[in-house]
Ligand binder design. Structure first.
Ligand code: DQA
Length: 151
């Protein structure tokens, strides 16, 4: 299957990211997932990208969202949260997605506990952004716009 010829980008978020803004603000900041959605749709408009944001607390829910994205999205930005460090199922689903994949982590995972240093998703990701706070999603969108221009 080839990737859709459009400028649709899905931003997928894993468990506990629905509580951004309330969740350990010293690590993850004050901005909510709704703020990130508003900002990324607005930036996407400037970049010529159609952006849609999804979140699931369940591994299978994220797998379903990746599978659905194959049909409709040219690129994927994903913060798999804790599943980054454990999920072969998410890696397998990403391996069936044909467009560019950018992995985002709000925190600088390599400065944290050693179990956060390994990412299954990095085996597939074309770029990884970590430690830039929620701004990392905006950096990912800018890079995605470049990747989709040259793809
Ligand atoms: C995270 C880092 C993960 O280790 C953690 O489990 C998360 C969020 C981040 O965005 O920094 O839930 O992906």
């Amino acid at each position: 299957m080839t990737r859709p010829e459009n400028h649709t980008v899905h931003i997928l978020n894993g468990p506990n990211l629905n509580l951004l803004g309330k969740r350990e603000p010293g690590i993850y900041g004050a901005r909510t997932l709704a703020d990130i959605e508003t900002d990324s749709i607005a930036l996407g408009r400037d970049l010529g990208l159609e952006v849609a944001l999804f979140q699931s607390n369940h591994e299978g829910g994220i797998v379903d969202q990746i599978q659905a994205a194959r049909e409709v999205a040219a690129g994927l930005i994903i913060n798999p949260a804790a599943y980054t460090h454990t999920s072969v199922a998410i890696l397998d689903a990403l391996n069936m997605f044909d467009g560019p994949v950018i992995e985002v982590h709000i925190s600088q995972v390599h400065k944290r506990e050693s179990f956060r240093h390994h990412s299954y998703v990095s085996l597939r990701a074309d770029a990884v952004i970590a430690g830039c706070g929620t701004q990392g999603y905006m950096l990912a969108l800018r890079h995605m716009a470049e990747l989709l221009k040259t793809a």
